[in-house]
Write a protein that binds this ligand. Structure first.
Ligand code: ATP
Length: 577
């Protein structure tokens, strides 16, 4: 079973010695359980005045049970330490896999988010998984040992095993109730987390205060928390009642079975040692019969969590193409009949788009809000795959390229930029990781984007004892990141200067145009609402109604006097006013 293999492999990787100890653990418990047999031997030896039986009984009791108890005792300590190490290994892996999911589609899919939420909620189980496996094996060994001892005490005592059947049914039902409750608590749990993030979000802080949203958020979080707990509590109540019924059934069974062996001994049909063994087993039988069932069920839950983890592994490894990225663009990029709608939505954002972007030029993408400009950039950067059609670079479908290799050949600056609270050097350097510490290259990128706000080694972000920046300054840093890679195949500027004034934007694009004078047939794609910048592009594409409305140079489009000309004039008029 893949889940169990992954568990053992993870434990083996983090600590071989403790993993071996975990494997030895079940034997300790078996030795302890065997003490019933030695007690019976001791009793018979004393009654029959058989020294050999007494000596073997005492020796086995002292050695076997002593060793077993010690092993059992140490195992709990080993389990704890191994559990912490395994938990850390899984935590690290989940963080890595979540960050490496090849596209952004998982952010749109509710079922994907629910899976991740459940995985986060149950992350602790992954740490205990190796321990749960050891406990399960231990419980099964204990069950088998007690079964054998029952036969030795009196085969009729095996009737107790029949009581395991209702216990099995009840335990299965418990598992189902818990799983259903868990699934129905995922959505309210995720929503509550989302609201909690908003309540603590720095960017939302001003509006939360201005609109007096704090109480409202708190009430909604409270209600969602209760909604999340309700099915779980209901399931736990049902589980407790069912367990009680199961316990009562066992106690009755044990009384009848021990009474029977006692009766046999009084009739002289059993040895006195068998009665001792039967009484000893009467304390163990309930645990030994129910425990394996509960351990297996509990372990099933753990495996369920491991399978969620494997689901994440599989999704992170979803086929992403394997061809290397091209060294240069010779002809250009083509969108061939590309249609796209966001996962889980019905609306086509782009519909049957055919567009050729020749190598070595600057293409400006314009259009009204929601026209699909950013979506086009996301498709070209493979954050999403087209729903229909394909995008090729020099005739090769970019879906066939290794996604990381393709992205390594891109550079970008976005309107929704990240605020990396590192040193200034690092916050810009991450735009080209191999050159993270290259102060000269970072300096050039900073100068080109006019982002020289602080010393390069200055810490950013007040939470780290550093300096906070204005939105415009953060955006310039994002722009500098986009200029770090010196020879990308495609460079995207998706409204990277939205927080800057028009004059600064023009100056920046002048400077960036110099930075984009590269070889390799580099294409620059510029998404902006500012027509003063658009004018400097080689070609302009106007997106509207999910498709290409117009395509040409700034001059050609003005002469055509269509949508572009109208948009351009409305902005020019606004400036004139
Ligand atoms: N993650 C998403 N999930 C679902 N729909 C989305 C998502 N992102 C964008 N959309 C929808 O896709 C359409 C195009 O959005 P897009 O961001 O590409 O437009 P845009 O032209 O860049 O707009 P703007 O000029 O306002 O930045 C919009 O109708 C938007 O609501």
């Amino acid at each position: 079973m893949r889940e169990i293999r992954v568990l053992i492999a993870t434990a083996w990787r983090v600590d071989r010695r403790l993993t071996l100890a975990m494997i030895a653990e079940p034997f300790g418990n078996t030795l302890v359980l065997m003490s019933g047999l030695w007690l019976a031997m001791l009793t018979n030896g004393v009654i029959q005045q058989d020294t050999r039986q007494v000596v073997i009984g005492v020796a086995a009791l002292v050695l076997g049970a002593g060793l077993g108890w010690q092993l059992d005792l140490s195992a709990s300590q080993w389990r704890m330490v191994l559990g912490e190490k395994v938990a850390h290994a899984f935590d690290t892996e989940i963080a890595r896999l979540s960050a490496e999911l090849p596209t952004l589609e998982h952010f749109e899919r509710a079922e994907y988010q629910d899976q991740l939420e459940l995985l986060r909620q149950r992350q602790g189980q992954l740490g205990n998984s190796m321990s749960a496996l050891a406990v399960t094996v231990k419980a099964i060994c204990a069950g088998l040992t007690v079964l054998i001892l029952l036969v030795i005490a009196h085969p009729a005592m095996l009737a107790l095993v029949l009581l395991a059947l209702p216990a099995l049914l009840i335990t299965k039902a418990q598992q189902r109730w818990r799983a259903t409750a868990e699934d129905s608590s995922a959505l309210p749990g995720r929503t509550a987390r989302h609201l909690r993030t908003i309540a603590q979000d720095r960017d939302a802080a001003v509006e939360i205060r201005l609109f007096g949203l704090a109480d409202n958020l708190e009430r909604r979080i409270d209600a969602l928390w209760n909604e999340q707990r309700r099915p779980v509590e209901h399931a736990e109540r049902k589980v407790a009642l069912a367990s009680l019924a199961q316990q009562v059934l066992y106690v009755i069974g044990v009384i009848v079975a021990v009474g029977f062996v006692l009766y046999q001994a009084i009739q002289g049909q059993s040895a006195p040692g068998d009665v001792v063994l039967a009484i000893y087993l009467s304390q163990q039988v309930q645990t030994a019969v129910i425990w394996p069932i509960q351990a297996v069920t509990g372990f099933g839950r753990t495996l369920h969590t491991v399978s969620r983890f494997l689901w994440l592994v599989d999704n992170a490894r979803a086929a992403t193409g394997s061809l290397p990225a091209p060294e240069q663009i010779v002809d250009g990029i083509r969108l061939e009949n590309v249609s796209f709608r966001y996962p889980g939505t019905q609306k086509w954002v782009l519909r049957n788009v055919d567009l050729t972007i020749p190598a070595g030029g600057v293409l400006a993408v314009v259009g009204e809000n929601g026209a699909g400009k950013t979506t086009l950039v996301k498709l070209l950067t493979r954050m999403y795959e087209p729903t229909e059609g394909r995008i090729t670079v020099d005739g090769v479908d970019i879906a066939d390229l290794d996604v990381e290799a393709w992205r390594e050949r891109l550079a970008a600056a976005f309107q929704d930029f990240a605020r990396f609270e590192f040193t200034l050097q690092q916050a810009v350097g991450v735009g080209d990781l191999p050159h993270l510490d290259d102060t000269g290259r970072v300096r050039t990128a900073i100068t080109r984007s006019n982002a020289d706000v602080l010393e390069q080694d200055a810490q950013l972000g007040t939470s780290w004892g550093g300096t906070d920046l204005s939105t415009g300054q953060w955006q310039r840093l994002a722009l500098a990141r986009g200029l770090m890679r010196t020879n990308p195949l495609v460079r995207f500027f998706d409204e990277p200067t939205a927080s800057l004034d028009a004059f600064t934007e023009d100056a920046l694009f002048d400077s960036m145009a110099r930075a984009t004078d590269g070889a390799n047939g580099m294409i620059t794609i510029l998404v902006t609402h500012r027509f003063s910048t658009v004018r400097s592009a080689d070609r302009v594409v106007v997106l509207a109604d999910g498709g290409v409305a117009e395509l040409g140079t700034h001059r050609e489009l003005l002469d055509r006097d269509g949508r572009y000309a109208r948009l351009y004039r409305s902005q020019a008029d606004a400036f004139a006013d």
